[in-house]
Design a binder for this molecule. Structure first.
Ligand SMILES: [Zn+2]
Length: 200
């Protein structure tokens, strides 16, 4: 994956806090067809892009004026709350998308049995554990996970909705690339929602 390695070296200036950070940690914004700001979670939409940290404090500092100047066109942005929920929705859409691709390809295991199996055979690259999973399940799976990246962002129902199920307490990703992409989007989502949830 030469392109992703190269991407990690690139730094960008946040339009909110003005600090320079690695591009992969930031959110790209482009001008949409109706001159509205569009969050480009994959960083693949055409056109000039502006960057912002996935933090409420940086989103709050975004103005139509600075964005318009940077994107060289008149761009309108909604007020902070709807801007923030729009970004969270974009991240959540990406999470659903990655998980559904993974499910179809057999790269995602759902539920304690599949997850346990994946973890014990060292097949898993990330463990997603519901924040309200029972303490016993959590302890057990975290012990099996060892030093594996773990994300605990959503409750069982929300995690279930991402996976097209009613309620899911745990899921594991068995593909390295998919796991990395999923963890990155979940990190942005958590950061936007101001959650602290990192286990590893
Ligand atoms: Zn910033």
């Amino acid at each position: 994956m030469t392109s992703s390695r190269k991407k990690s070296d690139v730094t960008r200036t946040c339009l909110g806090c003005r600090s320079r950070k690695e591009q992969k940690e930031m959110i790209r914004i482009v001008m949409g067809p109706d001159a509205e700001a569009v969050f480009d979670i994959d960083g693949r939409l055409p056109g000039r892009g502006a960057y912002v940290c996935p933090l409420p404090s940086c989103l709050r500092k975004l103005t139509s004026a600075s964005l318009s100047h940077f994107l060289r066109g008149r761009v309108s942005i909604p007020e902070f709350d709807s801007l923030r929920s729009r970004l969270a929705d974009a991240c959540e859409g990406k999470v659903r998308n990655l998980l559904s691709i993974g499910l179809k390809a057999g790269q995602v295991g759902i539920g304690s049995r599949a997850v346990e199996d994946g973890l014990s055979r060292n097949r898993a690259f990330v463990l997603v554990l519901a924040s309200d999973a029972s303490p016993r399940t959590s302890r057990h799976l975290l012990r099996l996970a060892g030093g594996l990246p773990v994300r605990r962002l959503a409750g069982k129902e929300r995690l279930g909705s991402w996976l097209g199920r009613h309620s899911v307490a745990s899921a594991a990703v068995f593909d390295r690339g998919l796991a990395r992409r999923l963890a990155a989007v979940l990190d942005r989502l958590a950061s936007i929602e101001n959650n602290s949830y990192h286990v590893n």
